[in-house]
Design a protein around this ligand. Structure first.
Ligand code: ZN
Ligand code: ZN
Length: 358
């Protein structure tokens, strides 16, 4: 397991940020650093050791983690225990970092009352998580591999005449049948004019003929997410939507082509956006081109016009331009990609040419 390496990387990042110890309270970050998957835990990384604080309910589950982290069972309130133990666990550390985006004001006050040197250390673990190790990349690959059969089954079964809610429910069943642990987020099924809402909620009305249907879905497998969007046609969509589909596809392909290590993530956004702008739809593409993905569906790096991040091998990002035409409908096409030493490895292989289904 790579938890020793991750904890060492966290210490290096802490040293760079000028903190000698750190209270990691975000549960996803706790999981990343230690493998702990419960609902109540935090890690204190001190100069000498890392200590996971959790409670009795997770005693058995946390036993195997003792190979790389000390485990202490606290009363239910782990933050009070951390406050009580901080003097010892962070002895000689000087400044103690905390995660300002992930610690409530109340919990911060409890820690601050027990320690003078508390200092914000924003995004430290998130930055480490942005570059995945081989084990994580395999986990994302496995999660993404469950997507193609779901689209294939949906296309086979047809969309017209079923409600968007029925299709969303079917997606959940299909992922379960395929071996997924859960869906990664509420599936989006958006037909007719609802396709103009990037995050439409599936409606309880039947999908009709001659419309585009945007289906954005993903699953969780062994903690790692996947995320993909395809837009299908039922019959012959209105001419304007057919044109929007073509533009969106060209934009998506251009952005996929642009992916390589060493370039700003904003370059990928620009590749997608300029094609859509040139076609006159610039105003109708109002979200970033993509986002990082791993233990969370949305994590670093963002792939937007103002993103400062540089793409590095081991990053996992989505490429998902869309065109949304109010009152008419919309289209989005999304792939999941690993940034490799030479370019990009596409993980979501279902076809992107417009697929017409019944
Ligand atoms: Zn998506
Ligand atoms: Zn996405």
């Amino acid at each position: 397991m790579s938890y020793d390496r991750r904890l060492a990387a966290a210490r290096a990042a802490m040293a760079e940020a000028g903190v000698g110890a750190m209270v990691v309270s975000g549960l996803v970050n706790v999981r990343y650093l230690t493998g702990f998957t419960g609902s109540n835990g935090l890690v204190v990384i001190g100069p000498e050791a890392a200590t996971l604080l959790t409670d009795f309910r997770y005693q058995t589950a946390s036993d195997p983690l003792r190979a790389w982290v000390d485990v202490e069972l606290a009363e239910r309130d782990v933050i009070r225990t951390a406050a009580d133990r901080l003097g010892e666990l962070a002895a000689g550390a000087g400044k103690v970092g905390f995660e300002p985006a992930l610690l409530t004001v109340e919990r911060h006050a409890i820690l601050a009352a027990s320690h003078d040197g508390l200092t914000p250390a924003p995004g430290l673990i998130e930055k480490l998580r942005a570059v995945k190790d081989d084990e994580e990349l395999d986990a994302v690959r496995a999660s993404a591999a469950l997507i193609e059969p779901v689209y294939a089954a949906l296309a086979d079964e047809g969309l017209a005449g079923r409600t968007e809610q029925d299709v969303a429910w079917r997606v959940r069943e299909l992922f379960h049948e395929g071996g997924a642990d859960d869906i990664a987020f509420d599936t989006i099924v958006a037909s007719h004019e609802r396709g103009a809402q990037p995050h439409a909620e599936p409606a309880a009305v039947p999908i009709g003929a001659d419309t585009l249907v945007t289906i954005d879905l993903g699953c969780i497998l062994a903690g790692y997410n996947s995320d993909c969007t395809r837009t299908f046609a039922t019959g012959t969509p209105p001419l304007e939507l057919a044109r929007a589909y073509d533009v969106c596809l060209q934009s998506q392909l251009a952005a996929m082509d642009a992916i390589r290590p060493g370039i700003p993530a904003s370059t990928v956004d620009l590749a997608a956006r300029s094609l859509i702008e040139d076609a006159g739809y610039g105003e109708r593409f109002g979200h970033p081109t993509g986002h990082g993905l791993g233990l969370e569906v949305h994590e670093a790096p963002r792939v937007g016009s103002k993103t400062a991040a540089t793409l590095e091998p081991g990053m996992v990002v989505t490429v998902e331009p869309g065109i949304y035409l109010p009152g008419v409908g919309g289209v989005r096409i999304e792939d999941l990609v690993i940034v490799t030493p030479t370019g990009g490895e596409r993980l979501t292989m279902y076809p992107k040419d417009l697929v017409t289904v019944g």
